[in-house]
Design a protein around this ligand. Structure first.
Ligand code: P6P
Length: 335
């Protein structure tokens, strides 16, 4: 396969009117930023960037130094280009305004700068997740872009993607016309197209869930996971295997590549939290990618991309991956 770079692919998408020049520029800037993040993550203990930053993020989670470094890289890379009206990050309570010295654009960038960062110190794959929305007209006219400008259903996303910092650094992207994966060629610094039109197999033998939460799962999840554990000795026609990395990007990338079902369902462990994962910059971009690859993504009760956000950092139950398995467990929630 001739080497198609990310830039080549994006120009092609622009020529086919799937994205405008500004969106192409935005993705190029994010790609450069994730290269820098991957470089920082890859240095690991060689620099003083491992360990805790000494603070907590808006989620009340311990911030790692690399969480802060990754967040800063994305902010600095994106604030001068003139393509964004504002940004939102898992690491910041309020939207990040574009400094007055720079022009504003019509898009909103949302991101989890370093997902799975608790795995960094033990050298397990982590990633960056990002999502692009159009800034509503009425919001663009205001001096400050408020949280309400971001509160759009996932079906409104224009671009969704993630970078996974593993054995290779890969960028997985959808602009609404299928899912492509690009692998970083560390010698040239280019992201090279290595998987075109990715498809999630409709069936699978692999499931991903944090089984230590079992006693708090709701009945439909208890029933479904019980069937997977029982395999052929129970109601299912085959046996299943379990994988749980503790890094959403790593689990989702495996599922996108070879199938599977990923579940962080609603549970009764903390009644104030309807699930652990965040809607705007984890569930929505991953749901768009999975659906664009022929998979399914629900909360158990509705399609994730249909959820109408009420808060920028709201959490949501996540069930996504191989269509037939997602539909089965979602049906259990309806009965
Ligand atoms: P648990 C990482 O903290 C994260 O947000 C996702 O990347 C991951 O899938 C999940 O939480 C892991 O949660 O409860 O297993 O630590």
């Amino acid at each position: 396969m001739s080497r198609i770079t990310l830039s080549h692919y994006l120009i092609q998408q622009q020529r086919e009117d799937r994205i405008c020049a500004e969106l192409r520029f935005l993705v190029e800037v994010v790609a450069r930023a994730v290269k820098a993040i991957g470089n920082a993550v890859g240095k690991g203990g060689l620099t003083n960037s491992l360990g805790e930053a000494g603070g907590e993020n808006v989620q009340g989670e311990v911030q790692k130094k690399l969480d802060v470094i990754a967040n800063d890289i994305l902010l600095e890379a994106n604030e001068w280009g003139g393509h964004l009206a504002a940004m939102a990050s898992e690491e910041m309570d309020l939207p990040h305004q574009i400094p007055n010295r720079y022009p504003k654009g019509e898009f909103l960038l949302l991101f989890d700068p370093l997902d799975g960062s608790s795995n960094i110190d033990v050298n397990i794959s982590v990633g960056t997740i990002f999502s692009v929305l159009r800034c509503p007209e009425q919001a663009s006219a205001t001096a400050e872009i408020g949280e309400e400008a971001f509160l759009q259903a996932g079906s409104q996303q224009l671009v969704a993607g993630y970078a996974v910092y593993g054995a290779a650094t890969q960028l997985v992207l959808t602009v609404g016309s299928g899912v492509q994966a690009f692998t970083l060629d560390r010698e040239t610094g280019s992201f090279v197209l290595t998987s075109e039109s990715m498809r999630v197999p409709e069936d699978t033998k692999e499931y991903a869930i944090n089984a230590s939460n079992a006693r708090w799962w709701e009945a439909p999840v208890q029933r479904y996971i019980g069937e997977l554990v029982a395999g052929k000795s129970g109601a299912r026609e085959k046996d299943f295997n379990m994988r749980w990395v503790g890094s959403m990007v790593a689990d989702v990338h495996r599922i996108l590549t070879r199938g599977g079902i990923f579940m962080y369902p609603k549970d009764t462990k903390d009644p104030t939290k309807p699930g652990k994962l965040r809607l705007m910059y984890e569930a929505n971009p991953m749901a768009m990618i999975i659906e664009q690859a022929g998979g399914a993504a629900t909360t158990g009760y509705q399609r994730i991309l249909d959820v109408q956000p009420e808060k920028l950092h709201q959490r949501v139950p996540v069930i996504l991956g191989s269509k037939n398995e997602v539909e089965r467990v979602t049906a259990y929630h309806q009965s």
